[in-house]
Design a protein around this ligand. Structure first.
Ligand code: G16
Length: 543
């Protein structure tokens, strides 16, 4: 087989965002677009020749075609071995574990996460490093620099390989080992959770619905929840991964997992409902009559970690992304462990986890995970909840209310203004930066501003500094507004406005979330001139 060197020219806009390069499928399908990015990964990485790479994706449209190209470019660039999820499938958490377990040099993970799929949907590529986590900024910036000056890529002139068999394959000098996408991951979960206890819970008639959203976690959830844990067949809904996610948006939030939400709020609700996203790293947790916000879920898992075998030894620390509510901080304080505040993006947890400084991490964007891998992990969060429910034998509602009584409640909502004009969005944030210094001391509707800044993070391990990570405005009553632009959208810009109000008084914990943060929403609009600058009278999505 011959290695071809193909001339090319750079494409604009191949800078990885919050989580890899995410673009419309149509962009990825342009001649040389994918090839340029993959070659740039290799051009930016010293020492991958002769090494092992993990490759897999969430099965979305273009997954299989992209994998064929990636394999041929990897072979032409001297990769020795690829560990490939059979059928081209690996959930993001499973890919992270496979990289770690097999000591791979890194991995190429294909997913646009919770973004829609299909020919008109989104596609994405993320490079993960040898700790199993998303490449840190220094690496993604090096990849980006290569995309800006690329002149050629190398690719093996070879027929496509079969992605669906069990036997190892050869492509030029490279071998391709086929992995069962589920088995390594399942074994890991068995070491972390008390499967006997959860089995006993299901045997007692405990009812659950897990919506896999026609995305990658279906086979994992069927094998683990229905198979190993004995939940009845049919517990896992939409279990077959489809290239277009059945035409749905595989985002496990109250908008896109609406039917699960409605079921959980109905008379016929099972005791526990959960969902995961396109690539399996996000989670949604809903009890009968009780949606658990991701920020609360993080705090509750941390508070109950001592009940779960994998965490019985205690937590070294907790980390949350800056916009995530500070409910977890209160748990950390009570446990006497540090709580770190990092920029949005799972990659920022990697160093803390590697250094053993934190055990559990989480984000408001429906991601929770721990030191078992270096990605967030949707099914892990679901199993954690099942384990704690099996221990406590209380309803989700009771557990959440108990938590609020003990720690106070952080009312929390995120307002997203999607697909707004990118220049207007940048100007909104730039203006906020310029007025920050004059904000402390100002008072609106009884909310007095005590601090306002543009969040910057210094990594405590490597000293790297990440600036401009979001505008924080803190009020004297511990309320908070955060403004930032999403790094994962693929059209225009998405402004996120995060509203948080702390309420210590249990008598006031029953207020509706959106009513509780309504005043803050008005203040955010005034300070940020949101309606004026976005041209929108209301957010497109409220979660
Ligand atoms: C990615 C990142 C998360 C981040 C989320 C939202 O998640 O891994 O760390 O919180 O995007 O980011 P943004 O607010 O910039 O859109 P996923 O599940 O999309 O890979």
């Amino acid at each position: 087989m011959q290695t071809l060197t193909v001339s090319t020219v750079p494409f604009d806009g191949q800078r990885p965002g919050t989580s890899g390069l995410r673009k419309k499928v149509a962009l990825f399908r342009q001649a040389h677009y994918l090839e340029n990015f993959i070659q740039s990964i290799f051009d930016s990485l010293p020492g991958f020749e002769g090494q092992t790479l993990v490759v897999g994706g969430d099965g979305r449209f273009y997954n299989r075609e992209a994998i064929q190209t990636i394999l041929k470019i990897a072979a032409a660039n001297g990769v020795k071995q690829v560990l490939l999820g059979r059928g081209g499938l690996l959930s993001t958490p499973a890919a992270s574990y496979v990289i770690r377990k097999h000591g791979a040099f890194g991995g190429i993970v294909l997913s646009a996460s919770h973004n829609p799929g299909g020919p008109d949907g989104d596609f994405g590529i993320k490079y993960n490093v040898s700790n199993g986590g998303p490449a840190p900024e220094a690496v993604t910036e090096a990849i980006y620099a290569c995309t800006r000056k690329i002149e050629r890529y190398r690719i093996l002139d070879a027929p496509d390989v079969c992605l669906d068999g069990n036997a190892a394959l050869r492509l030029g000098n490279m071998t391709i080992e086929m992995l069962d996408p589920v088995s390594d991951y399942q074994s890991l979960m068995e070491t972390l959770f008390d499967f006997d206890k959860i089995r006993a819970l299901f045997a007692s008639g405990f009812s659950t619905r897990y919506d896999a959203m026609s995305a990658v976690t279906g086979p994992y959830a069927q094998a683990i929840i229905e198979g190993a844990l004995g939940a009845p067949d049919g517990t896992v809904l939409n279990a077959t991964p489809l290239p277009d996610f059945g035409g749905h948006h595989p985002d496990p939030n109250l908008i896109h997992a609406r039917s699960l939400y409605e079921l959980m709020m109905s008379e016929q609700a099972p005791a526990f409902g959960a969902a995961s996203d396109g690539d399996g790293d996000r989670n949604l947790i809903i009890g009968k009559g009780m949606f658990v916000t991701p920020s609360d879920s993080l705090a509750i898992l941390c508070a109950h970690a001592h009940l779960v075998p994998g965490y019985r030894a205690g937590l070294a620390g907790i980390a949350r992304s800056m916009p995530t509510s500070r409910a977890a901080d209160r748990v950390a304080e009570r446990l006497g462990v540090p709580c770190f505040e990092t920029p949005t993006g799972w990659k920022f947890f990697g160093n803390l986890l590697d250094a053993g400084m934190v055990t559990i991490c989480g984000e408001e964007s429906a991601g929770t995970g721990s030191n078992h891998i270096r990605e967030k992990d949707g099914l892990w969060a679901v199993l954690f909840w099942l384990n704690l429910l099996a221990e406590r034998r209380l309803s989700v509602l009771d557990i959440v209310r108990e938590h609020w009584r003990q720690h106070g409640r952080h009312f929390y909502a995120r307002h997203d203004y999607e697909e707004i004009d990118a220049d207007a969005a940048t100007e909104l944030i730039t203006r906020l930066r310029t007025i920050l210094v004059g904000l402390p001391g100002r008072e609106r509707n009884g909310y007095r501003i005590v601090m306002a800044d543009d969040f910057a993070y210094t990594d405590p391990i490597d000293g790297s500094v990440s600036r401009h990570q979001g505008i924080r405005i803190l009020f004297q009553n511990d309320s908070r507004i955060v403004f930032r632009l999403s790094g994962t959208g693929t059209a225009g810009a998405t402004l996120r406005v995060y509203l948080e109000r702390y309420e210590p008084n249990p008598a006031l914990h029953g207020v509706d979330i959106h009513a509780a943060v309504a005043d803050l929403g008005k203040i955010a609009d005034e300070i940020g001139e949101v309606q004026l600058r976005t041209g929108r009278s209301a957010p497109s999505v409220v979660t």
